[in-house]
Design a protein around this ligand. Structure first.
Ligand code: FES
Length: 137
């Protein structure tokens, strides 16, 4: 050898293992959590400009909107006093108005336009086989 160290390279990387609980090897939570797509409703149930509150199989309630043919998803619970955002209207500028007291949120990001720093969570969406899915983060 010429003094260079041989460093093996793993071609099929696995999560690192840690020794815990009596010396048994267990996968450490070193990798970021995998995302999970949750199926909610058929795309044709959504109406352009109108919201829909949908309880997912995970028990969480999402507010879905159709804007220019694109599905948008927010937490359904308004950060003011819990109003159902899915029952709110979506205007042509992509702003959702809470049906209880009128706070407004950007449908793209969940940012509140009335109170700086307030927001609701926005979720990535996709349509698979005609069904709307949201990515649980
Ligand atoms: S509960 Fe939404 S604005 Fe009050």
């Amino acid at each position: 050898m010429n003094g260079a160290a041989f460093i093996p390279v793993a071609l099929n990387a696995q999560p690192p293992l840690s020794r815990q609980q009596g010396g048994r090897a267990q996968a450490a939570n070193a990798w970021p959590a995998m995302s999970e797509w949750i199926e909610l409703v058929a795309l044709d149930e959504l109406i352009e400009g109108q919201g829909m509150s949908v309880k997912g199989p995970d028990g969480h309630v999402y507010a879905l909107f159709l804007q220019g043919g694109q599905v948008k998803a927010l937490d359904d619970e308004c950060c003011h006093q819990g109003g159902p955002l899915g029952e709110g209207d979506l205007d042509g500028d992509g702003v959702v108005s809470c049906p209880w007291h009128g706070w407004q949120f950007k449908v793209e990001t969940g940012e509140c336009l009335d109170i700086p720093g307030e927001c609701v969570r926005a979720y990535p969406t996709r349509v698979e086989n005609g069904k709307v899915q949201v990515e649980k983060l």
